[in-house]
Design a protein around this ligand. Structure first.
Ligand code: E4P
Length: 224
């Protein structure tokens, strides 16, 4: 399963890239609002850090507006994926982008049928929001599992991108459910790296190493 970072924070993206685990990035207006500046500049800088897909989200509600914004984003870098919210106009825009060879990520997907329609319209990435479904007492992971199975049965090329990931368990569950991608906040990525026994073990090994070196140095000093 590919791992995308769900952030517009450049330092977080640089860090994940250095760790060698970054396959792409998703942004949205809320994540962009946290960093500010020019959205174009932020997105271009991200595309300079990763060669993987970088989602830039359109805001317009009408098809022509979505197309204008998306075509503009697509010119910013070759790895841009235009993010379009699920709606009747969104499906039309996705279909038009597909005809133009512009890749899209259908966002705000909350049902398997929405995901199926987005895939049929030609979206490359389908983003069910796992955490937001869990928040309203619905099992978000069911959508991931059903879409992964449907895409496999019908040999559909679209990839299932587990979004709105809130904790490390979501990442494991998304992988087991057959998600092609999980997009994770940096905090969740850090939580995935750490385990209390790993961190404790590192401290203990360092301590024992230093004791052994000190004992060896003392022995050699006694001999000479
Ligand atoms: C990513 O593409 C989505 O916009 C993001 O995962 C939404 O996450 P949230 O539900 O935590 O805002």
């Amino acid at each position: 399963m590919k791992i995308f970072l769900d952030t517009a924070d450049i330092e977080e993206i640089r860090t994940a890239a250095r760790w060698g685990i970054l396959d792409g990035v998703t942004t949205n207006p809320t994540l962009y609002a946290k960093v500010g500046g020019s959205y174009d500049d932020v997105v271009k800088e991200i595309c300079g850090i990763t060669s993987g897909p970088v989602s830039a989200e359109v805001i317009a509600d009408d098809v022509e507006g979505m197309l204008a914004e998306g075509r503009h984003f697509a010119k910013l870098a070759p790895n841009i994926v235009v993010k379009v919210a699920m709606s009747e106009n969104g499906l039309e825009a996705i279909s038009r982008f597909a005809e133009e060879g512009i890749k899209t990520n259908c966002t705000l997907v909350f049902s398997t049928n929405q995901g199926l329609l987005a895939a049929k319209a030609g979206a490359s990435l389908i983003s069910p929001f796992v955490g937001r479904l869990d928040d309203i007492n619905q099992d978000g992971m069911t959508i991931i599992r059903e879409l992964a199975e449907i895409f496999s049965i019908y040999d559909i090329d679209s990839e299932v991108l587990a979004a709105s990931i809130r904790n490390p368990l979501h990442v494991t569950q998304a992988a087991l459910a057959g998600a092609h991608i999980a997009t994770v906040p940096f905090k969740v990525l850090q939580q995935m790296v750490h385990h209390p026994l790993t961190d404790k073990g590192i401290v203990q090994f360092k301590k024992d190493w230093e004791s052994a070196r000190a004992a060896a140095a003392a022995r050699s000093a006694t001999k000479s």
